[in-house]
Design a protein around this ligand. Sequence first.
Ligand SMILES: CC(C)(COP(=O)(O)OP(=O)(O)OC[C@H]1O[C@@H](n2cnc3c(N)ncnc32)[C@H](O)[C@@H]1OP(=O)(O)O)[C@@H](O)C(=O)NCCC(=O)NCCS
Length: 145
Amino acid sequence: MNIAPMTPDDLAEVLAVEEGIQRFPWMAGHFRDSLAAGHGCWLVREAGRVAAFAVTMPVVDEVHLLDIGVAPELQRTGRGRAMLDFLCAEARQAGMTRMLLEVRPSNAVAIAFYRRHDFTEIGRRRGYYPADEGREDAIVMARTL
Ligand SMILES: CC(C)(COP(=O)(O)OP(=O)(O)OC[C@H]1O[C@@H](n2cnc3c(N)ncnc32)[C@H](O)[C@@H]1OP(=O)(O)O)[C@@H](O)C(=O)NCCC(=O)NCCS
């Protein structure tokens, strides 16, 4: 799988995929801010189309996984795993010791995916996410790199 840096020219297509896979998707500004801040913004294209993407943010010696997505028709075919393996290797090389993320308790697929990749729950943030009715907690998960 060819994982390359995301550029501003990719944003419209990345957003279209993000909007198709997330109930509360990231907006253009989130991706633009991450690109401008120099966060890890990664993209996989297959046959010219966006297949997978991810955004990470380093904080001292920990890397935060801010977003990860795989195009709907390609999910459950190992792309997410390949992206996560790449992100972990890249963070390890940069001297990071831990990867952290937040996930909605309602996102059972993502939780299964993260558990499968050695993430464990380390805490909760109450009312962290907007939800259809009120707010939803975030589960904070982490794994050693
Ligand atoms: C979460 C996500 C990135 C996983 O990517 P993926 O390419 O579909 O996952 P993989 O094919 O690499 O799966 C790796 C393992 O994760 C687990 N997993 C993945 N999808 C799963 C599902 N639908 N149900 C249960 N377990 C699942 C399995 O253990 C799987 O291994 P297996 O197929 O050998 O059983 C993808 O489902 C996605 O884009 N979801 C929508 C966006 C999202 O919720 N992002 C995370 C929150 S920000």
